[in-house]
Design a protein around this ligand. Structure first.
Ligand code: AMP
Length: 266
């Protein structure tokens, strides 16, 4: 695609089931790219055996209409064979992918890293756009581009939220109406901890605040996988908050697993 285009090629990688979070990335990309490509690929290698690959929402016609409404030039929707046929290579990113999502979803970031490298190369992108909602994914992609000397610029965009604060996600569609009404507590709790951490002066205080956040969610029957303060680049846990660190959370409501985060700005 780069060869066919004279200018700057932008890529917004997605798994489809598009929502306004995805469209925001595309609108931002549209402003600075000559050829804008959106990939639509539900990547099997980033799903664990008991995850939702089979039932992940798919509606290519709707996605295609939404993407063209914000000026996407090319919808790149390869099938699994076109992406992986006969491949035996995968990309392993150590360190930044070890904890949190990486620990709970073994192999997830190997799948993400591999497909991201492949999509960059297949599209010939000069710049790629990612959402900070998937904070650890952003850290992994940053690491790949640095470590493999890739000639691509990266852009990261703030999380787009529903009016009640719930981070937009294709997986929100799985929530029952009762769980949907409880889900905004995740962002409310992140915001509460964000305020409290401004005052935290010691590791003990930090841990207490994080523990209190986790408890708020557990008291409302969320199954919390983690609720932690991390360095946003390395994803290492922190015990004294600093500017640019993030509070990250993963919690399950019924069968739906939601992730979110908030970045500390002082
Ligand atoms: P996905 O289709 O879930 O793989 O997401 C594709 C891209 O959209 C990733 O870079 C996500 O981080 C980003 N994204 C997903 N949800 C949001 C959101 N609510 N706000 C901003 N970006 C998002």
């Amino acid at each position: 695609m780069r060869a066919a285009s004279q200018g700057r090629v932008g890529l917004v990688p997605t798994m489809g089931a598009l929502h306004d979070g995805h469209l925001t990335l595309m609108r931002e990309a549209r402003k600075e790219c000559d050829l804008l490509v959106c990939s639509l690929f539900v990547n099997p290698t980033q799903f664990g055996p008991n995850e939702d690959f089979g039932k992940y929402p798919r509606d290519e016609t709707r996605d295609s209409e939404m993407a063209s409404s914000v000026g996407v030039d090319v919808l790149f929707a390869p099938n699994v064979d076109e992406v992986y046929g006969g491949n035996t290579t995968s990309v392993l990113v150590k360190g930044v992918s070890d904890l949190w999502e990486g620990a709970l979803r073994p192999g997830h970031f190997d799948g993400v890293a591999t497909v991201v490298c492949k999509l960059f190369n297949m599209v010939g992108a000069n710049v790629a756009y990612f959402g900070l909602k998937d904070l650890q994914q952003c850290a992994v992609v940053r690491r790949i581009v640095h470590d493999l000397n890739m000639r691509i610029e990266l852009r990261f965009s703030d999380t787009v939220r529903e009016s009640d604060g719930l981070a937009m996600s294709s997986r929100n569609a799985y929530l029952s109406s009762e769980d949907r009404s409880r889900a905004p507590l995740i962002y409310q709790t992140l915001s509460k901890c964000f305020d409290a951490l401004r005052q935290a002066k010691s590791p003990q205080e930090t841990l207490q605040i994080l523990h209190a956040g986790k408890t708020i969610l557990e008291d409302e029957e969320f199954a919390v996988d983690y609720f932690a303060l991390v360095d946003s680049n390395t994803m290492e846990p922190k015990d004294i908050p600093g500017t640019g660190d993030s509070i990250i959370v993963a919690a399950r409501l019924g069968k739906t697993r939601l992730i979110d985060n908030i970045q500390l700005v002082y």
